[in-house]
Design a protein around this ligand. Sequence first.
Ligand code: NDP
Length: 286
Amino acid sequence: MILDGKALAALEREKIKAKAAELGIKPGLTVILVGEDPGSVSYVSSKEKVGAELGFASRAIRMPETASEAEVLKLIAELNRDPSVHGILVQLPLPAHIDENRVIFAIDPSKDVDCFHPYNFGCLLAGNQIVEPCTPKGVMRILDHYNIDLKGKRAVVVGRSNIVGKPVAVLLLQRHATVTIAHSRTVDLPAVCREADILVAAIGKPNMIGADYVKDGAVVIDVGTNRVDDASRPKGYYLTGDVDFQTVEHKASAITPSPGGVGPMTIAMLMSNTLELALLAREKKV
Ligand code: NDP
């Protein structure tokens, strides 16, 4: 079975749009982009576009690669004070001269739409998060939509980043899976992965997970979104996941394609979180 994140994301966007309209709320999302990393430029444009389609006050603030840390912090302080802004997202990675931790720390936790701030990350670990981080939330929505039971199942997450691997593992744990987090120093990764009923790949290595990593009937979620240079393609590159879809598709009981799986869900969940934060801000005012 193909787990169609693209179609599900379209449904989610409709639901979010309808809910915002019903509640008479205009969620405000600001994405900050520093520099011109090609992947980030395209992600930020998509986020801006989807936000506008849903009727959100959605905007991207683009700063040059040379912007100083102080300038970024000043902008965040302004956005923290602006009551029309409910969600702030700093697109990572930042240029090397800017301290990512300091920037993330500066975001008001009640506007931290991707759960990056250590306060929110701690709440997530403790099981009482305000909002779930967007990509992991998208993964969980896909699993739920297709009624994939997690209780007592063996889950292996390959990747331990703060953005994807660790929070996905935490959410799977919250849902009673037995979770292993694997990474670049894991010994005999294929054997570890073959123990998984649910295998989540968040690595950043094109097509690395082949059929020899997958147990018969496993559910495979491919978070990887990798640009591979290819002069024969119109854009000069193509996108592919961490999973070798062609071979794994036959072994897995269910699999997300990439592109067309977790990626569109991430953006939909960003909008869902912005709406949730806008509602919380409204409740606080009452
Ligand atoms: P990071 O580079 O931050 O983390 C990659 C992780 O993979 C690290 O924990 C690393 O291990 C592990 N890893 C790297 N090589 C190997 C290997 N050979 N064997 C086992 N583990 C390995 O990446 P992100 O978590 O930010 O992103 C992962 C992927 O997900 C990327 O393709 C990214 O583009 C994609 N992504 C997609 C999103 C979406 O919306 N679909 C959103 C965010 C990311 P170690 O810690 O030991 O170095």
